[in-house]
Design a protein around this ligand. Structure first.
Ligand code: GDP
Ligand code: IMO
Ligand code: MG
Length: 426
């Protein structure tokens, strides 16, 4: 079976931490989409690691980590990540595999990303500028280069053809600064690191593992509201971030999917442009940003903060077929006397729970409210030990969302996680 962990909001829900915790129950952890736009933070033994391309099971010994077919890879970022993993001292060379059909991000893809954003001016997506959009455009446009092409004797020719096409395209955009010679030299050098990794036919690799009875954990990147089909288009990423993306991203069939574990923060954040109905522009928003350290793991940009949004979560739970929930960053709310959630929207003067075509059509959300628990959660080691207002809040959320909350994260460290009926994570 393939279980899935994915984000139900606009990304940064804490996926990396939960994948790292659960990885030990699986033979394989596989990324199925996205690329170095992702920043997944793992904190353990007093150290912090931010993974962009490498799956978050890499620090669990004996677990295979696969960069799947649906991922786009920048070898420069990958090289840097692997240096950090190597510094940790745990060997990974025979545990990190790359699917041959994963696409490559070229330096000119990043250049195009930057130029395209500059051309959009105020309407920019707020892209991470990692070249994600242009690389997926070349994939669907059938021009892309894949990991498997690295072994082709014509690779240089293919690379130069694509680069030339990009240079022609760049002429239609405003000029932006980009050190193409330097970036190209770094890229070519970093290819040697990528080439050292074991390349596999990802679909056969996963299917053979499943046939042998092994369990696979698929690690989502970004969030469901950034999905190319059902997110807040055009302010989205360019990949399929939903559970359906696991089928196309790894080469598995729908009936091979088991649990779909959806992660939500106890509030909500968004980085980059686009609608965010429950965004807070007041001191509570500022408090959440400060207390939750809401600054991008990839770009360092301040994240926009707001209340949790029930209709939005119901929408992404529906699209993903979520079977269990994890709520993270609950500790960030410890000091608040009142905790709110958007429970309905007003659209065209009427109340609704349905997300309109464009979330900008929402006139205002209607909020429900809970009393805060006003208490530190440090020494609590079970759901039953939570303060009564927090227990009520969790039970009410389960009722509203109609999915059980199986884990509650109460701090950034690996051990700051309370698992229902099992206590503190180890
Ligand atoms: P991801 O992209 O979904 O893996 O999430 P990020 O790593 O981008 O962002 C989550 C941030 O919150 C990271 O800095 C984590 O260390 C931190 N974090 C995760 N869980 C918790 C939690 O329960 N409480 C607090 N305070 N921080 C958390
Ligand atoms: P993780 O996996 C939060 C956002 C960008 C921008 C939009 C498009 O860490 O949750 P892109 O570079 O993909 O073309 O940017 O998507 N975005 C993310 N926001 N977390 C992420 O990943 C994100 N990856 C992309 O900020 O608004
Ligand atoms: Mg992140």
């Amino acid at each position: 079976m393939v279980d899935i962990i994915l984000g139900l909001q606009w990304g940064d829900e804490g996926k990396g931490k939960i994948v790292d915790y659960l990885a030990g129950n699986y033979a394989i952890v596989a990324r199925f989409q996205g690329g170095p736009n992702a920043g997944h933070t793992l904190i353990f033994d007093g150290k912090k690691y931010v993974l962009h391309t490498v799956p978050s099971g890499i620090f669990r010994s004996g677990i295979i980590n696969l960069i799947g077919n649906g991922v786009v890879i920048d070898p420069i970022t990958l090289q840097k990540e692997l240096e950090a993993v190597r510094a940790h001292g745990m060997p990974f060379e025979d545990r990190l595999l790359v699917a041959k059909k994963a696409h490559l991000i070229l330096p000119t893809h990043r250049w195009l990303d930057k130029a395209s954003e500059a051309a959009k001016g105020k309407a920019k997506i707020g892209s991470t500028l990692k070249g994600i959009g242009p690389t997926y455009m070349d994939k669907t446009g059938r021009n892309g280069l894949r990991v498997g092409d690295l072994m082709d004797s014509n690779f240089d020719k293919k690379y130069n053809n694509l680069k030339d096409k990009h240079l022609q395209l760049l002429a239609i955009y405003p000029e932006v600064e980009f050190d193409i010679e330097g970036e190209e030299a770094r890229w070519m050098e970093s290819l040697s690191v990528l080439k050292q990794l074991k390349q596999v036919d990802g679909e056969y690799f996963i299917q053979n593992a499943l046939k042998a009875g092994q369990k696979v954990l698929a690690e989502g990147a970004q969030g469901s509201m950034l999905d190319i089909n059902f997110g807040t288009y055009p302010y989205v990423t360019s990949s399929n971030t939903l559970s359906s993306g696991v089928c196309s991203g790894l080469g598995i069939a729908p009936q091979q999917i088991g649990e779909v574990i959806g992660i939500t923060k106890a509030y909500c954040t968004r980085v980059g442009s686009g609608p965010f109905p429950s965004e807070l522009f007041d001191e509570t928003g500022e408090f959440l940003r400060k207390e939750g350290q809401e600054f991008g793991a990839t770009t360092g940009r301040p994240r926009r903060c707001g209340w949790i949004d029930i209709p939005q979560l119901k929408y992404t739970i529906m699209l993903n077929g979520v079977t269990q929930l994890v709520m993270t960053k609950v500790d960030v709310l410890n000091q608040l006397t009142e905790i709110k959630a958007a429970c309905q929207y007003q659209v065209d003067g009427k109340m609704t729970e349905a997300l309109p075509f464009d979330l900008e059509q929402i006139e205002h959300p209607v909020y429900c409210s809970w009393p805060g628990w006003n208490q530190d959660l440090k020494n609590i080691n079970s759901f039953d030990g939570f303060p009564a207002p927090l227990r009520t809040y969790i039970e009410d959320m389960e009722g509203l969302l109609d999915v059980p909350i199986k884990m509650v994260s109460v701090g950034p460290d690996r051990t700051e996680l309370i698992v229902k009926n099992a206590g503190v994570a180890v």
